[in-house]
Design a binder for this molecule. Structure first.
Ligand code: FES
Length: 152
């Protein structure tokens, strides 16, 4: 039977009846039309589905939606505005940190989470701490450059 949960998604409070087997990723994409988070592998291996849950980066494909009752979720749709991008989004553009763009929402959400964790100081550490986010175009060098730029 569906379970009633409350979520704040990109600042908007929502109450939803959710079947207990639905993942957070499917809830976001299919019920809430927030298709920025991508379904790459659906097995926790690619990071394309990364969103922030209470400020921490998670693979939304590995979470059941009902586990997140009361949580605050930020997806790429909640990062920046179309006419005022987030500095990290600007940096991705400036550094050509994407080619096909499929992994980019996850890369950016993951980088935001990583920056708030505060452990990355060097390019090598950024690369290590971003290793859960795959890019099949191989834009890793530029992704690290973009993140480093914003971290100052
Ligand atoms: Fe979730 Fe690949 S779709 S990690």
């Amino acid at each position: 039977n569906p379970v009633s949960i409350a979520l704040t998604v990109n600042g908007v409070e929502r109450r939803l009846d959710v079947p207990p087997t639905v993942t957070l990723l499917d809830l976001l994409r299919e019920r809430l039309d927030l298709t920025g988070a991508k379904k790459g592998c659906d097995q926790g291996q690619c990071g394309a589905c990364t969103v922030l849950v209470n400020g921490r980066r998670v693979n939304a494909c590995l979470q059941l939606a009902v586990m997140n009752d009361g949580a605050e979720i930020t997806t790429i749709e909640g990062v920046g505005q179309p006419d005022a991008l987030h500095p990290l989004q600007e940096a991705f553009i400036a550094h050509d940190a994407f080619q096909c763009g499929y992994c980019t929402p996850g890369q950016i959400c993951s980088a935001l989470g990583m920056m708030s964790e505060g452990h990355a100081k060097t390019a090598a550490e950024i690369r290590e701490l971003m290793s859960g986010n795959l890019c099949r175009c191989g834009a890793y060098g530029n992704i690290v450059d973009a993140i480093e730029d914003v971290m100052g």
